[in-house]
Write a protein that binds this ligand. Structure first.
Ligand code: BES
Ligand code: MN
Ligand code: ZN
Length: 485
């Protein structure tokens, strides 16, 4: 990770680092008040010469006398000023990092507003997935956020620390999701969770025998088609000085979704290593939770299993019984996420939390409805829905609510069991059906479900700060939400 450190504008005089700053459309510089008049004028002239407009993704590179020497100055465009919120700064910072990382050794970014978003964009954009092949080495070894008065100093310090913590979590989620499916067995995810134990975090791994004792028949049913045993991971963070409240995060951890006997066609299977992105997000939060120090007791539950069509695979027509005693008729083994989550949600509800948030790459339908930039959100509690949507908005990981239409419950009533795992009415409201199914396992606990099938993984570049592949969503939303408790 290339993480920025705070630096005073004064200290820039004794450094040969490049200077970088941001500009709105029409080359209106941000933070110009911190620059000497002569530099401002020279820069304006150069930008004019370069025909720099300040559009989103636009970067100008000019050489100028600035703070005691001639140095390279980078200006990153933000686009229209009216739209220049946190996401515009995060993306411009991402473009800036891409322009710097390969060739420049040191850079200092002037940061007069939106320091958090700038630091985050720089850090998040420095991600590379190098578990299987190494890319070009970065030239950039020193990156600073420049402050010029007391207020900008404390903002820069806070922004740097905040961005580093978030990027560490996001990078873990991205690494896990990008990793090949055979290289992330449920047991290896459980081992990773165990490595987070200590300083407020405890970890219990529920293996197949214990899961059977607990009556997790839905979870175990899905896992039967794989030679690799499943693992239900239960992490707990307890604040040192008493918890204000208790919440649970639950993640779908299908380490590969072949569809099972209801086998997916080859093309639909290509990206199914991403089907543990919910679990990856929960693990990512627990990696940093002791440093995040939320005021709440936080339970993190990961339901990890492969969905494979092996010799003993569960079959369409099978009836599974979940931990809360509800029986489920399986019509399609490819609707497996809701089955592993059924037991994970029961386990979460049993902790008597004040809120449960689950996240899952649950339905292809949510990709059709909302695409790759917006997650579906559903839930049984308006207050919690409001909290999670607001956290998503603050993180610029937008969510859109889909209604849990009561009338549709009819469509998942079983013939020979209480529930069906898919709808009797094909091709309608697939994501809502998924949400309605999950709602059967949370009891009366306030609960929100995030369907991240579109947002967690991207087949093209997602943004300047999130390359192709795993995005790390919704890790930053979860962090925002935990911080707000
Ligand atoms: N893991 C998939 C959903 C998915 C699709 C995630 C695309 C990421 C990208 C899920 O287990 C699944 O197969 N869902 C089925 C449900 C259907 C059988 C009711 C789907 O969406 O087709
Ligand atoms: Mn599936
Ligand atoms: Zn799946």
């Amino acid at each position: 990770m290339i993480a920025a450190q705070p630096l005073s504008l004064k200290s820039l005089e004794s450094s040969d680092a490049d200077l970088a700053l941001f500009a709105h459309e029409d080359a209106v510089l941000v933070g110009a008040k911190a620059l000497p008049q002569a530099l401002k004028a020279a820069l304006a002239a150069k930008l004019k010469e370069e025909a720099f407009k300040g559009g989103a993704k636009e970067i100008a590179r000019v050489d100028l006398e600035a703070f005691g020497r001639v140095r390279r100055v980078f200006v990153a465009g933000l686009g229209p000023k009216k739209k220049a919120g946190t996401e515009a700064f995060r993306r411009a910072a991402g473009s800036l990092l891409a322009a710097l990382r390969g060739k420049r050794r040191a850079a200092a970014v002037l940061c007069s507003e939106h320091a958090d978003a700038i630091a985050e964009g720089l850090a998040l954009a420095s991600y590379k997935f190098e578990e299987y092949k190494k890319g070009d080495a970065d030239a950039l070894t020193s990156l600073s956020l420049l402050h010029f008065d007391a207020a900008s100093k404390s903002a820069a310090e806070k922004a740097c620390a905040r961005a580093q913590l978030r990027a560490e979590a996001v990078f873990l989620a991205r690494d896990l999701v990008n990793r090949g499916p055979s290289d992330k067995t449920p047991n290896s995810l459980a081992e990773l969770a165990k490595s987070f134990a200590g300083s407020g975090v405890s970890v219990e791994v529920i293996g197949p025998e214990k899961a059977a004792e607990l009556g997790m028949g839905a979870f175990l049913g899905v896992a039967r088609g794989s030679a690799q045993p499943p693992a239900m991971v239960h992490m707990v963070y307890r604040p040192k000085s008493g918890a204000k409240t208790r919440v649970a995060l639950v993640g779908k951890g299908i380490t590969f979704d072949s569809g099972g006997l209801s086998l997916k066609p080859a093309q639909s299977m290509e990206d199914m290593k991403c089907d543990m992105a919910g679990a990856a997000s929960v693990l990512a939060v627990f990696k940093v939770i002791a440093r995040l120090k939320p005021a709440a007791e936080v339970h993190g539950i990961v339901a990890a299993a492969y969905n494979m069509p092996g010799p003993d695979a569960y079959k369409p027509g099978d009836v599974l019984k979940a931990m809360n005693g509800k029986t489920i008729e399986v019509w399609n083994t490819d609707a497996e996420g809701r089955l592993v989550l059924a037991d994970a949600l029961c386990l979460a509800a049993r902790q008597e939390p004040k809120a449960i948030v689950d996240m899952a790459t649950l339905t292809g339908a949510v990709v059709v409805a909302l695409g790759s930039k917006v997650a579906g959100v559903m839930g049984n509690d308006r207050r919690l829905l409001g909290q999670v949507s607001a956290a998503g908005a603050r993180a610029d990981e937008p969510v859109c609510e889909l209604p849990l239409v009561d009338d549709y419950r009819e469509n998942i009533k079983g013939n020979i069991a209480e529930l069906l795992n898919i709808s009797k009415v094909r091709g309608e409201a697939g994501s809502i059906i998924g949400g309605l199914f999950l709602s059967e396992f949370v009891g009366d606990v306030p609960w929100v479900h995030l369907d991240i099938a579109g947002t967690a993984f991207s087949s093209g570049d997602w943004s300047s700060y999130s390359p192709k592949g795993a995005t790390g969503a919704p890790v930053r939303t979860l962090i925002e939400w935990l911080e707000s408790l």
